[in-house]
Design a protein around this ligand. Structure first.
Ligand code: MV4
Length: 498
């Protein structure tokens, strides 16, 4: 393998290119018209235009990607995450074109990518699964029978769904017929298949996932777990490794189950097995992600491994350099996904020109960033700007370090969710690790306390002074320096000192 085409954009493309360069591999970037000046293009040895801004005309066009691979003489393609990273047809097309796909074989993707097939594979691998139906429920009578067997409450799920879409909790038999009809029609509309199945509802679950890495010689490792319960609308917001509630025994049992599943499906390369963990520390297989995930850095920080390097070496046919007993977990890592979205406006994307960018650094801080000062965040793609990761010997220290790093972070010209992290990291439930998948929803439902760290005290004072002075309420006409808030800007105009 001499040259890798990175079929992605943003922070993950930059991140993959960094490891490629360290390994002496050539890097080929691809870009859409809106990404012509993107950071990942600057990082590559060579760059090729795919097409217009829309992902369906560029990053999702497997034919254009393979055409670039041919023209550039790339012998491998790294898909990153999202886009075509879990597209079995694209993996097949790469193989047919003689280009190495840095990921699992299409057959393994197909076996584990569909939820019902994955659940059947889980049964074959003796993976603990949530009690319920393995295949779709053909009629509401069958749904009532299965629900009666496992007991209420139950969770109705779309077989072709994912990410929580088309899920419905049902508390009693009386509600099931209506819920079944609604779930099935929503699934039909959203995923083209109305097939639904049902499971025992797990109350207040944690979302804990195991990183696996398998080579082409039948070796498969688990590399610890990641705690991903801090989510909003099934979008992960903060991830950490290790999980505060997973001890050595649970980690080993979940890891060995994940490895059994991967090996049973002929899996190769990086993968993640997702589990629900209940308050009694029972774990239940949810689904498998057949790609490198956004949150892989927290695993890299506590294992000291470079997962992209391992992916590339596995794809070159090398056997894994480690045995399971060589895997050592040390310290604690936390990741915050920095998004261009406006928490004051329902977290809607907030694209636009980044007029100021001051990035955190220092001991134990890693920032995988996909943007730069002067870059215009496009609205065509996911608005994630970067991932801020901190590492320290303990969870408390890693959290303190994250608070310090977020304090250093200045992104001007667009709205970001940085303030949201301050709220979470200061919250006593989060600091006590009392988190389950409903945690963030509960936090956001609470009014921001008076001393809310999101509004620094000096700004509150200034606001009160402005109000008292009868100054214009919103100061909308005042130009705001990137490094200050609107209140400070209005205060500056009024000649007030904070
Ligand atoms: C569940 C569940 C409770 N009981 N299944 C949400 C997305 C999909 N990955 C599975 N999900 C859930 N499945 C049973 N039987 C609760 C959730 C769930 C959830 C899971 C992981 C992360 C965030 C979540 C948020 C709400 C619900």
């Amino acid at each position: 393998m001499k040259k890798v085409l990175i079929a992605n954009r943003g922070e993950i493309a930059v991140r993959v290119m960094r490891t490629c360069r360290e390994m002496g591999l050539g890097t080929v970037a691809v870009y859409s018209d809106v990404d012509r000046r993107a950071l990942h293009v600057a990082h590559a040895d060579e760059a090729y235009r795919l097409g217009p801004g829309a992902a369906t005309e560029s990053y999702l066009r497997g034919d254009l990607l393979l055409d670039v691979a041919r023209r550039a003489g790339a012998d491998a393609i790294h898909p990153g995450y999202g886009f075509l990273s879990e597209n079995a047809e694209f993996a097949d097309a790469c193989a047919a074109a003689g280009v190495t796909f840095i990921g699992p074989p299409a057959r393994a993707m197909r076996a584990l990518g569909s939820k019902t097939k994955a659940r059947q594979a889980a049964d074959a691998a003796a993976m603990p699964r949530v009690p319920g139906s393995v295949t779709g429920l053909a009629t509401v009578e069958e749904a009532l029978r299965v629900a009666g067997e496992i007991g209420y409450p139950v969770m109705l799920k779309a077989a072709a769904g994912g990410g929580g879409k088309g899920m419905r909790a049902v508390a009693s038999a009386a509600e099931l017929p209506a819920a079944y009809a609604a779930a099935s029609s929503e699934a039909e509309r959203s995923f083209g298949s109305g097939e639904v199945y049902l499971e025992k509802l797990i109350e207040r679950p944690r979302h804990i996932e195991i990183q696996v890495m398998a080579d082409m010689h039948g070796n498969c490792l688990y590399l610890g777990e990641r705690e991903c319960s801090v989510q909003r609308r099934h979008q992960k917001v903060i991830e950490e490794a290790p999980s505060a509630v997973v001890g050595d025994d649970l980690r080993r049992r979940m890891g060995e189950a994940a490895v059994r599943l991967a090996l049973s499906a002929g899996y190769v390369n990086a993968g993640t097995v997702e589990f629900l963990v209940d308050e009694a520390q029972n774990f239940y297989f949810l689904e498998m992600n057949t790609r490198l995930q956004v949150e892989h850095p927290v695993t890299e920080m506590i294992t000291g491994l470079d997962l992209v390097e391992m992916q590339l070496r596995v794809a070159m046919g090398e056997p894994l350099a480690l045995r399971q007993e060589d895997v050592r977990l040390r310290g604690h890592a936390v990741e915050c996904r920095i998004y261009a979205e406006d928490p004051e406006n329902n977290f809607f994307p907030s694209p636009g020109l980044i007029t100021r960018l001051v990035q955190p650094g220092g001991p134990g801080v890693r920032e995988d960033c996909g943007v730069y000062e002067g870059w215009t965040v496009p609205l065509e793609y996911d608005p994630m700007l970067s991932k801020l990761v901190t590492f320290a010997e303990t969870r408390e220290a890693a959290i303190a370090r994250m608070v310090r790093a977020l304090d250093e972070y200045v992104i001007g010209g667009i709205r970001t969710n940085i303030g949201l992290f301050r709220r979470i990291l200061d919250d006593e439930e989060f600091r006590a690790a009392w988190i389950d998948t409903g945690y963030l929803e509960r936090l956001l439902a609470r009014p921001a306390e008076r001393g809310d760290p999101e509004i620094p005290a000096d700004v509150v004072t200034l606001a009160a002074a402005l109000f008292a002075s009868g100054a214009k309420q919103n100061g909308a006409d005042v130009p705001v320096e990137a490094s200050e808030s609107r209140w400070a800007a209005v205060g500056r105009r009024e000649g007030l000192r904070a």
